[in-house]
Write a protein that binds this ligand. Structure first.
Ligand code: NAD
Ligand code: MG
Length: 376
């Protein structure tokens, strides 16, 4: 078995843009007004082989942005009308699930930024992808990097995968020092400029926890073969150690336009405005173990992933509720951990059989989390 099965599922497809009508890949962009969405528009604008056929946003108007647009509602309505060659799912949160499943089930290539949908749906998403046979190309920078290091490798050659984390704005602080931190402080990320939800997730390390589960499903690696390390400069995005003692790393400036461009143009690799890495200016690579005492959400995510069933869905749902409450000023920073812990206590390891089971698990976790908010 080779790794990155999600992507190589469609390896039989022609490997050039000519597989598409007139050599143009028609893209539906979901979450067009967000951080990923805006950077994707820049990449699409600059590349004549990419054409925007549809765009969706949650609430902000996007008239005229694409031939077909939709604001609010279920983004799969737009996908049905647009019939794209590739869906870039850059919606934030569980709201991206229906679009992920829509693309996977139909064999439409999916460039996935919306990690929450893969974390929540897990095996259900992979089963849909196997039925559909399209590509699942990660947009998350660490997973794009891991995909490139793993591509075509047999699973038995791999010793372990390492995902890097910047450590966020509170790296180096103790648990007690986080008691009073405000949303504004949590939103000041040192290396990446992103939407508010993922920025808070980076400050709690929940983002790296979601990414751990995302990597497990994307690459079919067991949890004990996936390691998280803190790497403050975000220069190395991922690293794969092989059984012969060699390790391959993926390096680059922290700029999401690189993995977005990679996912939109795969298996081609086009030019972007990002400069090549300048080693002569002095690049130092520093790595250390994450502080799981101060950032318990990383450990809780690993626990949820290892216990499987609907636990990852529960972790994600409770985290979404807690982060929204923190950003609203209704929950202290450290309360996010408590809310997620409470919801996991009410979760279970039963495998969701279908979408209804998954939605029921998500709804139940949100109820638990709301309940926990009232007492926290
Ligand atoms: P963001 O908050 O900047 O943008 C979110 C987008 O989703 C907006 O366009 C919003 O209108 C849309 N949206 C929200 N709810 C919706 C709904 N119900 N239906 C349709 N559209 C809806 O978020 P972002 O930072 O761009 O992140 C998007 C996704 O990409 C997240 O899953 C995040 O984890 C992932 N991601 C982001 C980055 C980054 O650098 N921003 C990096 C890696 C992964
Ligand atoms: Mg990431």
């Amino acid at each position: 078995m080779t790794l990155t099965g999600g992507v190589s599922g469609a390896a039989t497809r022609q490997s050039t843009g000519s597989a598409y009508t007139d050599g143009v890949k028609r893209i539906a962009l979901l979450g067009a007004t967000g951080s990923i969405g805006r950077q994707a528009l820049e990449i699409i604008d600059a590349n004549p082989e990419l054409e925007l056929c549809g765009a969706a946003s949650g609430s902000r108007p996007i008239d005229g942005l694409a031939p077909l647009t939709q604001v609010g509602g279920d983004p799969t309505d737009l996908l049905e009308r647009a019939q794209p060659d590739l869906v870039l799912n850059a919606v934030v949160g569980f709201a991206g699930l229906s679009s992920t499943l829509w693309a996977l089930e139909r064999g439409v290539d999916l460039a996935l930024a919306n990690k929450e949908s893969l974390v929540a749906a897990g095996e259900l998403a992979l089963a849909a992808q196997r039925r559909g046979g399209g590509r699942l190309i990660p947009v998350d920078s660490e997973h794009s990097a891991a995909f490139q290091c793993l591509e075509g490798r047999a699973a038995e050659q791999v010793h372990s995968l390492v995902l890097t984390a910047s450590g966020g704005p509170f790296r180096g602080r103790s648990y007690d020092e986080l008691e009073e931190v405000t949303p504004a402080q949590a939103l000041a990320h040192p290396t990446w400029n992103m939407g508010p939800k993922i920025t808070v997730d980076s400050a709690t390390l929940a983002n790296k926890g979601l990414e751990l589960i995302e990597a497990h499903f994307l690459f079919g690696l067991p949890y004990e073969q996936i390691e998280i390390v803190i790497h403050p400069s975000s220069t190395v995005h991922a690293l794969v150690r092989f059984r012969d003692g060699a390790a391959l790393a993926h390096l680059g400036y922290p700029d999401m336009r690189v993995p977005i461009s990679f996912a939109l143009t795969y298996p081609e690799r086009v030019a972007t405005p990002i400069p090549p890495l300048d080693l002569s200016s002095g690049v130092t690579l520093e790595f250390h173990a994450p502080d799981v005492e101060t950032f318990p959400l990383l450990g809780l995510a690993r626990w949820a992933g290892e216990h499987g069933g609907t636990y990852p869905c529960t972790f994600n749902a409770a985290n979404e509720v807690a982060v929204a409450a923190f950003l609203d000023g209704r929950l202290p920073f450290l309360g996010i951990v408590e809310v997620v812990e409470e919801a996991l206590d009410g979760g279970d390891a039963a495998e969701p059989r279908d979408l209804d089971d998954l939605i029921a698990a998500d709804t139940a976790a949100r109820r638990y989390a709301e309940e926990a908010l009232r007492v926290t």
